[in-house]
Structure formats: C-alpha cells, structure tokens
Design a protein around this ligand. Sequence first.
Ligand SMILES: [Ca+2]
Length: 313
Amino acid sequence: MTARKIIIDTDPGQDDAVAILLALASPAEIEVLGITAVAGNVPLPLTEKNTRIVCELAGRPDIKVYAGCDAPLSRPLVTAEHVHGKTGLDGPQMADPTMPLQDQHAVDFIIQTLRDEPSGTVTLVPIGPLTNIATAFLRAPDIIPRVQEIVLMGGAYFAVGNITPAAEFNIYVDPEAAKIVFAAGVPLVVMPLDVTHKALTTRARIDAFRAMGTKVGDMVAAWTDFFERFDMEKYGSEGAPLHDPCTVAYLIDPSLFTGRLINVEIETGSELTLGMTVADWWGITDRPKNALFIGDIDAERFYALLAERLALL
Ligand SMILES: [Ca+2]
C-alpha cells in the first residue's frame, strides 16, 4: 500500500492540532504534501502560527505550511475563542515557532499541487471553514476533477448545530464556500457532529495520552483538558468531542466508521438556519447523492489508534 497524498486545510484549534499530529505520525498510510491554514477558530495569523507550532511539536519543521484566506468568501469572519481560547491553542504556553511560513498563498499551493500531481492522487482534508478550497475551485475549475477525494469535518444532521441551533461551526463560518465544495462533484466524505459527538474524550482516554510520558502526549492531554471544560458545561457530557482527527483516522482505517451515501445541501439563504447541512439521511428526495455522510464511529478503536500513533512522535 502506498501512502495517500493529502493536503490538510486547517484552523488550529486543539482538535486540528491532534488531527495534524495523527497524520504526521502515520507515514505508512499518509503523505502530507503541505498544510494550508485558513481563518476560522481564530484569525489567520494565529491559525498559520499554530500550524507551525504543531509541526514543530511533531518534530517536522520540514513540513510546508501556507497561509490562505483571512476571511470567508462574502461574510465577516466568525471565530470561536470561547471554545479554543484566545490563541486558538490555549493550554500550556508554547514557544513561538521558528520554522518558516511558505511565501506562496495557500490557494495557489492547492491549485499548483493538484495540477502537478497525477490526476486522482491528491486528497483534500479540510478541517476548518471551506474558504481556501472553494477559492481554489472558483479560481481553477480544472483542478476539481483531479481531486481524489475530500474528507472533511463539518456539518451535522442529528446533532444539528453547535455555533447556532441549526449549524455546525465550520460550515456556518463560510456557507457559500461550503455550498461550492458540496456541489463540486468531487467524492466527499463528511464527518459531522453526529459522529464526533460519539468520540468523546473521557478521563481514561486523556490519562492514556498523559501516560505516554512524551512531550506530545503531555500536550495532547493538556489541550483536551482545556477544551473539554467548555463542552462538558455545554452538553453535560462526559467529555469533549475530538472533531477533526476523525478525518485523518478515516484515511488510516475507514473500518472505524459507518455512514450513508446521501444528498447533502447547504443552506445559505435563511437567517435562522444559515449554514445548516440539510442531509437527506432518510432518502426522502431524489436529489443526487453527493456525500458519504458518516453516522457512527467505533470510539474505543479510534482512541486506541490515536494513542498508538501519537506515542510514535
Ligand atoms: Ca478545525
């Protein structure tokens, strides 16, 4: 099996950080061609900096990190410091990164990579708002049929919303971008809140990270400690969902997940339900199926995979 070539598009975010670490810890399955930062959980200067912090933590200052769009296609940026803290990566104090940010714009990197690599060999892994991906598709439609697959975290059906009663954060921040990506015709795998809310951190799972006795293990334990306070208060749940690593885990072992190939449309017109992922889970319409919408996860095996791989860093 050859490693799958991916571009991670991200807005770290503690759960983004864990997704990046999982990818970098899994070179047999995943080759990270580059990581593109987008504005989301926090503004772009912080997401690109946090991305570099995470690469350095993984011992991979060689990874190419690009800064992308600093605002959604046609709306002001909405951020989520209330979840992730002021830096986006609140928890233990981290030193500023010394590895460089690439000069090239993230969107240009995405376009160039998809044109340079053989068609159908590059997978996009967006784990933030879809602004960079949609901008690349708008600017260079020739790259769309060259994408192998998009495996993204975003949306919800049964869990409905986390930033509004009707919408999940990544989709809500840039619904116009999401609409472009969901309508592009690229094979799409969607990790909605429905599944990430079934992958909660528990005391035992966080302790397993800490028990690694490594810098990465300590940091991941501290990050999850930090942001789970918010979710436990909000949902009264046992722990916090670890959203973004579900995408990378799917690429490593899709048997951890089950879902349905269905039609998913993005609401962009309604003030009340803006950014809602209208998922035809029950097959009520004959609208074309455009997404493998994941509904369930083997959470025990997911956390076992995380612990096994992160221990390698
Ligand atoms: Ca994210």
